[in-house]
Each structure stands twice: as C-alpha cells, then as structure tokens.
Design a protein around this ligand. Sequence first.
Ligand code: FUC
Length: 773
Amino acid sequence: MNRDYILKYTSPAADFNEALPIGNGRIGGMVYGGPEKDLIGLNEDSVWSGGLRHRINPDAKEALGEVRALLAKGDIPAAEKIAFEKMQGINPNSRHYMPLGDLHIDFSPGTDADIKDYERTLDIGNAVAGVKFCADGVEYTREYFVSAPDQALILRITASKPGMISFDAFIDGRDDYYDDNRPCGKDRILYTGGCGSADGIFFAAVLAGSVSGGSLSTVGNVLRVTGADEAVLVLTARTSFYEYSLCETGDRLKNPEGGKILAGRHFEDAAIEDAETVLRASWSDLRERHIKDFRNLFDRVELQLPDNSGGACDLPTDERIIRLRDGIGSKDGACGDNKLMELYFQFGRYLMISGSRPGTQPLNLQGIWNKDMWPAWGSKYTVNINTEMNYWPAESCNLSECHLPLFDLMERVCENGRVTAREMYGIDKGFVSHHNVDIWGDTAPQDKWIPATIWPMSGAWLALHVFSHYEYTMDEEFLRRKYHLIKEAAEFFTEFLIEDEEGRLVTSPSVSPENTYRTEKGVEGCMCIGPSMDSQILTELFNDVIKCTQILKTDEDLAETLKEMLKKLPQPEIGKYGQIKEWAVDYDEVEIGHRHISQLFALHPADLITPKGTPKLAEAARATLERRLSHGGGHTGWSRAWIANMWARLYDSENFYDNILKLLGNSTNPNMFDNHPPFQIDGNFGGTAAIAEALLQCTKGEIVLLPALPEQWPEGSVRGLRAKGGITVNIAWKEGKLTEAELTADKGGKWTVRIGEDVRVLSLAAGESCRIH
Ligand code: FUC
C-alpha cells in the first residue's frame, strides 16, 4: 500500500479553506492547528435549521394547465409569470444545514513562546490529522481523528517533557443559537441547543477529557488541564433527528400510528454515554480501532502514477497546488504533478468514507463540513447535478456502502414526493421532487428562481442511483427492497408526460437546469417543453424499471406501458452548431459557456452516447463541449469535474487530462477541497470519479479498460476499481499500453471486456479471477 497519502503544511490554517477535514460520516471536524490557540470547527450531519415544512403552493394544480397552454402557444414570459406566482413553493426555501459549533483549545503559556519546526498533516490513508512543533525547546504533538466505531472526535496532546501540557478547552460558535453550556460532571461539559421551528432538530454535544499527570477540572463552561504529561479530549454529539428517523440498516422505521418513534436513546443521554464509553478505552485501542475501520474501506483501491513533478512532490500541498496553477497560467505551459493527482483521487475517497457511512445523512453541498449558520446555497442537497455528482465515485471506487445514505434520504423524498405529486400536479401515482431537497426530503419547488425551480426530474435521476448500486453489487435483496423507489419515480411520469405536436412524450413545464435560452424573436426564457436532459433521464429510468421487472419477475404491465412510452420519448438530436440540442427547439443559449451541460447527460453519467455505439452523436457531444469551453465554460469546480468525466467518456485523454489539471490548479483550495467558489465538495467527488473513468468505464454492457489514458501517465497501475456486474478490476500499464488486467467476479456470469478495438468475452464462476494481457 502506498503510504504517501499525506497532505502537509508548514503553518496553522489561517481560515476554513486551509483547515483539514476529519469525520466519521456523521460527526465532522475542521482542524486549524494553531500552536497557542487551536480550533476545530464542528459539525453533526443532522443539525439542520428546522422541521419539515409543507410548502406546496395551493394554486399549483390550477396553474399547471395554464402554464402548459401558454408554453404550447409560445408565450414564454406569461407562462413563467404564472409559474412563478402559482407553482413555486409558498415558502421558497426548505431547511438548511448548520454548524454544531467550534471547539477551542487555548494553550498556556500563551503567545510569546518561540515556535519552531511547525508541521500540520492529514494522513488520508489512516484518517488521522496531526500537528507537530517545538516551543521553547519542548516538542508537542497533537493527533486528531473522528472514529466511526466509537462515534467520537478524539484528540491527543503530548509533549516531550512531563508536566508541560496546560490548556482551556470549550465549545461555542453558534452565535446565540444554543441553549446551555455547562459542566455535567467533574470532567465534562454539556453543550445543547435546537435549530429553529416547533418541530425542529435538537442537539447535545459533550466535551470530556482525561490526563496522565497534572489535573483536569471544569471552570464555568471550560474544561481546564494543568501541568499534564499527556491529555486526551473527546467530543461526542447526538441529535433528536436520529432518535426516530433511522434504524441501523438505514431504513426508515415504520410507525403504525404514524407518529415519531424513539429508535434509540434520548440524544442527550446518548451523547454522555458515548463520551463515557470512549473515556473507558485506552488511546491506543481507540486509535487502532479507528484506523482498522477506516482502512477496511480505504485500502480497497490503490492508484500508482509515475512521478513527473521534478521533485515538487516534497513540497507542502498548498505549494503544489499553486505550482500547478502558475503552470497553467504561464507562457511555458503547464507543469505536471501526477502524484498530486493520485492524492486528489484518494482524497475524494477519503472524503466519502469520512462523510457518508451506512445510517448517516448523505453528503450535502459541503459534505458534512460547514462553518456558516447561513452557508452558500444552504449547504443542502441540490439534486439537479450536485448531490448526484457526490456519489459518482461511490461504486466505481469501491465504496459501495457509502452510497447507502442516499437511498435512506430517497425514502423520505419518496414519501413527501407522493404528496407533492398529488397536490401540485394532481397525480396519484408515484412521487416527484424538484431541484433541491433537505434533510427531511422536502420535495416542493425550492428558490424563487425560474432557471432552476420548476424542474420535476430529480426523483428520476436519484432513482438511477438505486439501480446503479444494484448493477455494481448484484445485490438482489437490495433491489427488491428499494425497487419501489425506481418504480414510483417512473410511475409519476406515466401521468405527467404530455404529447407535443409531433406526438412525442415530453415534460411540461420544465427547464434545462439553470440555463436560459433566447428565441429567434429575441425573447429570453428558461421554462420550456421537453428539454433534452429530461427525456434522457427518462430513457434511462424507463429502461431501468423494465430491467427491474425482469430481474424481480414483477409488474409486467408497467413494463409494457413503459416500453410503449419509450418509443415516443425524444432521443438526442444534433443542432445547428453541430452540438447536441439542449432544448426541443434549437434555441441559442444566453450564456454560451454556461456551467451546466445538461444536454450531455446522455454521454455522462448515462451511456446513451458512446464513441463506438453512436459515433455521430459522440462528435456532436464533442462539439457541445468545445462550444461551452471556448466561451469560458468549466469555471466552477463541479462543472470542470463533469467536463473531465465527459472527455473521458469520449476517449479523449488529452482533454481529460487538461481538465483534471485545471480542476486541481484552478478550482482547488489549499486544503484540497473543491472551490466552486466558494467551497463545494461535489468537484472533489466528480474529480475522483473522472480519474476512475479514464482508467475503466462500464458503458453499453462493456467493461472498457484504459479508455482515456493520458500520455502524462505512461506507466502505472490501479487496483480494486469496481465494474458493473460485481467485478473487481486491477490494471497495470506501460508505455501507454495495458500490460495486465485482473478481473475477479463476486458472482458467476459473462462479461464483455474492451481494450481499444480488442473485444473479449469472459465467463467467470463466483470468486474466480482471470488475467488479460
Ligand atoms: C446549482 C449550480 C451552482 C451551485 C449550486 C449549489 O445551482 O448551478 O453552480 O453549484 O447548484
């Protein structure tokens, strides 16, 4: 195993963009690491701003017909005006994510110590952050991690001389939004509060500690350590949300009475018990348990790329990023740092393991790491690309179980989305959700923003993730349990779609996410009938439902209905610039370099367009990307990451590499978090997925090996990627060519493997491996 997966810095974090993320899926910390004053920004993934709201506009159902008629007539401004008033949510916003607080550690003696040899690290191979320095001749070390097995953030402080550790530790940081902060025992502080609304979410956090040598006591709301040889701090947190919403497997508990069920302990007792359990264990046991648990997931995949950095590998991580940025902008052209790409790839996997575990909440716009009471876009689940992108590497990069929280959220989306289908659209079948959801799965339209708000497709897109989890794991029991999500997502559209003048089945009203068009008459608009992305998503969804009905031997009638409907769904078309049309009418875009490239959904994540299967459409996809990029596209981190995935799908290694380089150089913060700007985590996951996509693709029933290997990676290897059909794949290459691939099957079956023009069919028994040269 490559043990070089270390982010390193020579100074404490000056701000959030330099701080280092740690987490166990539920509890997150951002480590700043100041020698005299340390700060760990705290999060718990269910601390959201309030309870579930019912926001459906009472006039929506009536407006639906009016808006459809106006769109059909081409009166776009009038359609948008009515939709704006009568269809958007009556409260435009669902709930948003919030921080838990800040953990401060003020060391004494204070600020005048002479600090030398400062180093701050994040070892992403072990999920441990570290700080080391020498102050007045004494060497101090701090190690921080958030343990999943022990459900706590744990920090140990040591010194090279006995009796040298003294500090005050305390929690604050939610402005006025907490209720109490006081000792709940001689060595612990309890910090409690709630998050808005009568039906809101309440939390309790416990800060506790233990020392060897010296003393530990409470003073006011402070935990004070004096003259210790070594100290351990423990931070635990629980919320009311988890008391009733989820059981261990992540399934929502069904309550026959319809009310809330207490699935576990009271959250305050639970936070105290968690801390007590941790304090009974030794530091080395806690650390070992944490690392073992983490590495069980992390070590499944290893990537080795050749070092082309000319020694820059040894530089601090922030300097390596700047070096790439300067290279991209320089006359002499870009410089390389493959090892930083390798680190970035694994950092995405690290973030997924640290931010999304079975039974936790799914990764939001900032994963779980957010410092603001009002974060950008509410740090919610934006489901017209961002949340889906977060989970692109989950299956391919061998972290299938980290995908599960998304399906738990989908259960809530489905439940609320049935109400939205009925009350907004008058449809009694299936469920619908729009471009954002919150922790409760609020499905009403979100934001007062026409380019995004009335887009009824997110439930359908999310449902594709359910089937994809099945395709990678071949877990039929999972599919049986979650099939209803896929089925109900599709059922809504059996009622919602309308026939256009040409008899095609299309959505109306909808938008092509967030883009604005200009008609021939110069009218600008967003709302439309049948944007391309919608029919692409539905083509995928209907095909998935049909496959499900065959696998599960059920719902034949539904399958027949969908087969008929599929014949009438518009398919990708080529427009006047040789591009894939974004709208049913070949409008011009107002912003040609727009960050969303929704019309290429068919290329990625779907595989309706492939270079071998649909060469003309693949050419048009290339023209689409070129058009976007030549007009300033790719300016947000996530957009750049999506573009890299798309080039990989076009087998264009040069453009793939160029965009990964730009993602790293231009859209990455010093702590390696993706920079939208501001920080938004989707680009990290999109980037990791793109690197995997360059090495291995599963499209049109084929496993494609090394489809977009850049010349900058002439030799290397990857171990442990996953392919559809329950296959684990190792690949090695030299001089840009495959030397050996090893495929191992979980279950018996047949697979088609493509290496360039060479196509082979493999039959493997369960557990069997085979090598390809
Ligand atoms: C969509 C994107 C923005 C941003 C936001 C959270 O609206 O268009 O760029 O990512 O989601």
